[in-house]
Design a protein. Structure first.
Length: 149
């Protein structure tokens, strides 16, 4: 028995949406920059929190791998996303603790940086700049070579 309605015509494939070439390059460069930034920060050595009071207990040894931590969050302060002074090496355990307790980290950061450096970094953080990730990648690659990476 034939259907009373004809079958619809088959449609061709939808064209793929492509990002403009510059956006693709910037996106790849951004990912490379963050990975390189992380390597440079972790190359500074061990967890900076060993021997310090973290929460209510002394942090004596690390049980998780070393992480590169942004001192001021990269999402809230994009101008400092790749700034090497805005990073410190810490184990994953400490990183998660301070991610969940930002007020305590703010107090620790003021002690770590000192008042002058804290104000300098906050002033820099308030700037509205558009980051050229391809240019930043060149700078970070040079810094990585200086650190022997």
């Amino acid at each position: 028995m034939a259907s009373a309605f004809p079958k619809p015509e088959k449609r061709g494939k939808k064209p793929k949406k492509r990002l403009p070439t510059k956006k693709v390059r910037q996106k790849k460069a951004k990912a490379k920059c963050l990975a390189l930034w992380s390597k440079i920060i972790r190359a500074k050595g061990a967890c900076v929190f060993i021997g310090k009071l973290v929460g209510r207990k002394w942090h004596e040894r690390c049980s998780t791998p070393l992480n590169a931590m942004h001192c001021l969050p990269k999402g809230a302060y994009p101008a400092l996303r790749l700034h090497l002074d805005n990073g410190m090496a810490g184990c994953g355990e400490v990183h998660m603790y301070y991610t969940k307790h930002p007020e305590e980290f703010g107090i620790l950061l003021r002690q770590f940086w000192g008042p002058e450096k804290t104000e300098e970094m906050l002033a820099l953080a308030r700037t509205q700049i558009k980051i050229d990730y391809e240019a930043e990648l060149v700078v970070l690659e040079e810094k990585a070579r200086e650190h022997g990476l």
